[in-house]
Design a binder for this molecule. Structure first.
Ligand SMILES: [Zn+2]
Length: 129
């Protein structure tokens, strides 16, 4: 079943709530403990940071995800993926999003090629459930 954008309950506009959704649905990794010193961590915007006073460990929330390979924010990438799943041709996605055809082709290429496919589909499937 393909849900309309209104019934998805997903904010394609806001990166922060997209990140929160992707973390809660285990599409993006949580980093509850610092890899370096094992102290607790916290998330500040797009970065996981260690709470340890003398530890400067940090890592991007997008680390090892499909979202690292693009300059676009996760919400924009998920939106393009959603339009692609709805079978919009690339030139329609270009008109709707304002991104170049090269950018759209690159993102759809990432969705459809290799191991990253699984992760992207997980992201989109949970939206469509
Ligand atoms: Zn640490």
């Amino acid at each position: 079943m393909f849900l309309t954008s209104d019934s998805l309950n997903f904010n394609f506009i806001d990166e922060e709530s997209c990140i929160e959704d992707l973390i809660n649905n285990e599409v993006l990794y949580k980093h509850p403990k610092c890899v370096k010193c094992r102290k607790a961590t916290y998330r500040y915007k797009k970065i996981w940071k260690c709470k340890g006073k003398n530890c400067n460990w940090s890592i991007s929330v997008y680390n090892e995800s499909i979202f690292t390979s693009s300059k676009l924010t996760a919400n924009r990438i998920v939106y393009i993926g959603y339009l692609w799943l709805a079978k919009c041709p690339n030139n329609s996605i270009q008109l709707i999003t304002g991104h170049s055809l090269a950018t759209i082709s690159s993102i759809i290429g990432n969705i459809t090629v290799g191991a990253k496919t699984v992760q992207m589909f997980c992201a989109l499937i949970y939206l469509c459930l």
